[in-house]
Design a protein around this ligand. Structure first.
Ligand code: HEM
Length: 127
């Protein structure tokens, strides 16, 4: 029996994920509301960790070795509204790179699972 390709393989492996992450952060940093969150952040490290995380979410061979997401976002003050916005950018970027709806749905599920670790302020309290 032929093994089914993982989402990771079908999207094009590590090089494809790196490209997605590059375009994802370019779009996030191009958004005037989102950009200030990343002032002074080491973007090289951030992108490296996001590549690892996305690869592992998609079923790639290596695990995520960055900080725990709750630790990484503690004090960042991410609002629910901005979380949805960033999630939307990631989904749009995946689609731009040819990801099928099965992959998009899988990532959306993963986004739902980590939301509580990333968001600190409910949208109502944003300001
Ligand atoms: C959508 C789901 C999200 C995921 C999966 C995610 C993932 C990550 C990862 C992997 C890191 C790096 C951790 C490390 O370096 O060890 C990180 C850091 C960071 N994230 Fe997120 N993130 C998400 C949403 C957001 C949102 C919505 C914002 C702000 C609008 C945000 C702002 C930041 C900032 C500022 C850092 C750097 C913190 C620091 O280095 O001190 N993230 N995130």
């Amino acid at each position: 029996m032929v093994a089914l390709a993982s989402h990771y393989e079908s999207i094009g492996g590590n090089p494809a994920v790196r490209e997605v992450v590059e375009h994802f952060y370019a779009a996030v940093l191009d958004d005037a509301e989102l950009k200030p969150y990343f002032d002074g952040v080491d973007l090289v490290r951030l992108k490296r960790h996001m590549v690892m995380l996305l690869c592992s979410v998609l079923g790639g061979p290596d695990g995520y070795k960055g900080r725990d997401l709750a630790d990484a976002h503690r004090g960042v003050g991410v609002t629910g509204e901005h979380y949805e916005k960033v999630g939307g950018v990631l989904v749009a970027t995946l689609r731009d790179h040819g990801a099928g709806e099965e992959i998009v749905g899988h990532v959306v599920t993963a986004l739902g699972e980590v939301r509580g670790a990333v968001v600190e302020r409910p949208a109502e309290a944003a300001g």
